[in-house]
Design a protein around this ligand. Structure first.
Ligand code: S3P
Length: 679
């Protein structure tokens, strides 16, 4: 069977559409934008700078009213680019021409990446950049203002650098003449021309001359249809070529800008059977079309330095592909990969080798020997989305068994990547999402490429939640806070205006009508109601007053089950709560049961209600109530509570350490009991 697939919107085009819409003099329209974490960072920075950017939506249209090229306001906060190099560099260019001061920062990975390549030429134009910590690195304090024209030869072929300088030309209202040593992606040039700038581009030597000769004081609004991201498409494409997706895949609506598709001629040399169908291409805007991928008998090849800019983001997937073909693949001229979201050459070599692939790391590339031996073991993604996805593909191939340590990293550019992989890699065995046996559907087949699910159970007051949160933090996993879901539903019900005394009659489909979702966001889950993220609302006195009634509603069980299982699909999760190990995730790789002395639990429970116990007799009374509850729990038919031994109370840290040891020893193992004492 051939599977059809659409990949999320192009990341580079999404950033640029937002930025140009912000600099325009009217309302721009953007369809198909990527809702991943990188464009989210650009959108929230623009909001800080006074641009009204609605929540990003992939389906439907986003309308943004621009503030003109120099209309941004001084931000009240530090601008956080998160993991996004494109946000940081393009924003440095945009800010250079604004009469304001702002500080830009990013996550650990971004704070290690070089910024001087951008700030040096921008300083020549007249902007000022003061490093807050290390020279040439974020955080940087930017002082923008009037700029001078620039005539500049780029030291590297980099679209981020080129775009930053062109955008500074636009916000400064000055000409910019650039020569770059290769052909990096040209989305900025295309979009600026469409927005009314006078811009030319022509080959020069082995590279490219780009000149911005004039730009308007407010750009024309843009009307962008963002195509599927070729760089994201490369992952299912590689899977299908290697025979890991049945009889093949059709990828619909993929961006096919020639500065992005340098992987295709390389794959052609490797014997790949790929058809490109541009019949459905849009009449204007970026080129796009369908890719039809057939399983192919691939051989190794040589990738030359001049080819790198056209496939810069595809080297990780190409490297894992090379590990599975006949013969040797040699990639050189790719030193730029050392300063991406991770040192990608280092990360690829360090992971491929222990899996059983022969690989040589060169200063500027990799030499990879293909093998058909089964590959198994853990992979460290270094928080890099493309490393995580490349090894996800390798792990999804029949015979391989690979676990990626940080699956959440994919949210940067490909939300839903693991679900896609599961769907595409096993079309025949695909479990139905609902219907017969939904209880086992989510775990009908282990998801390759994901980390383990760890569940922490225990009696009320045993410190489940605090412990789970800390274990998740230490492992870099996500913490599933089921309580927040109950609270979000309570908030939605209150907001709907339906009187609380009518709630007990609600059915599961009534509850599903409230758009409460939990979406993976880095190391946590974001709780959303429609397009809104719920945070402090979840702790309001009204929610406090009604949440336990909501938790008791019969329909809530099924509603919650669905959402919890969705949260568990990507793995690398620590959840706490009743029934999590028995009903929600019966196949969780590790199940921990916390036990604590009943008096200690009683004390904690009283503290949880917000008041310090007045007397020992209050503690004793609460302890008696807990004993009674344990007795009932232990004798109930479904998921009876296993009673642990009261007794030892190691300090909290030791307890977390003990759990981490258990996790390491038992990934794929059975239940365990860890004595508990709370913080
Ligand atoms: C990007 C350019 C590329 C690429 C990155 C996105 C862009 O970096 O690696 O993921 O949107 O401009 P270069 O600056 O090396 O071209």
């Amino acid at each position: 069977m051939v599977t059809e697939l659409r990949v999320p919107g192009d990341k580079s085009i999404s950033h640029r559409a937002l930025l140009l819409a912000a600099l325009a003099g009217g309302e721009s329209r953007i369809r198909g934008i990527l809702t991943g974490e990188d464009p989210q960072a650009t959108a929230s920075i623009l909001r800080e700078l006074g641009v009204r950017v609605p929540p990003l939506v992939a389906d439907g249209e986003l309308r943004v009213t621009g503030v003109g090229v120099r209309g941004m306001r001084t931000p009240r906060r530090t601008l956080d680019c998160a993991n996004s190099g494109t946000t940081a560099r393009l924003m440095l260019g945009v800010l250079a021409g604004q009469k304001l001061e702002a500080t830009l920062t990013g996550d650990d990975s971004l704070r290690r990446r070089p910024m001087r390549r951008v700030t040096d030429p921008l300083s020549r134009m007249g902007a000022r950049f003061d490093p807050v910590a290390a020279p040439g690195r974020l955080p940087l304090r930017v002082t923008g203002g009037p700029l001078r024209a620039l005539d500049y030869r780029l030291p590297v072929a980099s679209a981020q650098l080129k775009s930053a300088l062109l955008l500074a030309g636009v916000t400064g209202g000055v000409p910019v003449r650039l020569v770059e040593p290769g052909f990096s992606r040209d989305h900025t040039e295309r979009m600026l021309a469409a927005a009314g700038c006078a811009l030319t581009s022509s080959p020069e030597g082995r590279g490219n001359r780009v000149q911005l000769t004039a730009s308007p004081s407010a750009l024309d609004p843009v009307d962008v249809v963002v195509p599927g991201d070729f760089s994201s498409a490369a992952f299912p494409l590689a899977l299908a070529l290697l025979g890991g997706a049945g009889e093949g895949i059709v990828l619909r609506g993929v961006g096919l800008n020639p500065t992005r598709t340098g992987l295709l001629p390389v794959l052609e040399r490797m014997n790949a059977r790929i058809e490109v169908d541009m019949r459905s291409a849009p009449e204007r805007g970026e080129p796009a079309g369908d890719l039809i991928i057939h399983p192919s008998d691939l051989t190794g090849t040589e990738v030359r330095p001049g080819e790198i800019p056209g496939l810069i983001d595809e080297v990780p997937v190409l490297a894992v592909l090379a590990a599975r073909v006949r013969g040797t693949t040699r990639i050189t001229g790719a030193e730029e990969l050392r300063v991406k979201e991770s040192d990608r050459l280092g990360a690829l070599a360090a992971n491929l080798s222990p899996l059983g692939v022969e690989v040589e790391e060169l200063p500027d590339g990799l030499v990879i020997e293909g093998t058909d031996r089964p590959l198994s073991g853990p992979v460290e993604a270094y928080g890099d989305h493309r490393i995580a996805m490349a090894f996800g593909v390798l792990g999804a191939l029949p015979g391989n068994d690979i676990t990626v340590d940080a699956p959440a990293a994919v949210d940067v550019s490909y939300p839903g990547f693991w679900e896609m992989l599961e769907r595409v890699s096993t079309p025949a065995a695909r479990p139905s999402a609902r219907g017969a046996g939904p209880e086992v559907a989510a775990h009908a087949r282990p998801v390759r490429g994901r980390g383990p699910v760890i569940v922490i159970d225990g009696p009320a007051g045993s410190g489940k939640s605090t412990t789970a949160r800390e274990v998740a933090r230490r492992l870099g996993f996500r913490h599933l806070d089921s309580g927040a879901l109950y609270r979000a539903l309570t908030y939605a019900l209150l907001e709907s205006g339906r009187p609380p005394d009518s709630w007990p009659a609600l059915t599961e489909s009534d509850l599903n009508a409230h758009p409460v979702r939990m979406t993976a966001a880095g190391s946590a889950f974001r709780i959303m109601l429609g397009a809104r993220t719920l945070t402090t609302e979840l702790r309001s006195p009204e929610v406090d007053a009604h949440v336990s009634a909501v938790a008791r509603l019969p329909a809530v069980r099924g509603w919650l089950l669905d959402r919890q299982r969705q949260a568990g699909r990507e793995g690398s999760l620590v959840g706490d709560g009743r029934d999590l190990g028995t009903v929600v995730f019966p196949e969780a790789e590790v199940k921990i049961f916390l036990v604590a002395g009943v008096e200690e639990r009683a004390r904690r429970r009283l503290l949880q209600t917000g008041r310090a116990p007045d007397s020992e007799s209050e503690v004793t009374a609460e302890a008696a109530r807990l004993r009674e509850r344990d007795r009932i729990d232990a004798t109930r038919g479904i998921a009876p509570l296993k009673k642990g031994a009261d007794g030892t109370h190691p300090p909290f840290e030791e307890q977390v350490d003990a759990i981490l040891r258990e996790v390491r020893a038992r990934v794929g193992g059975r239940d365990s009991e860890v004595p508990n004492s709370g913080p």
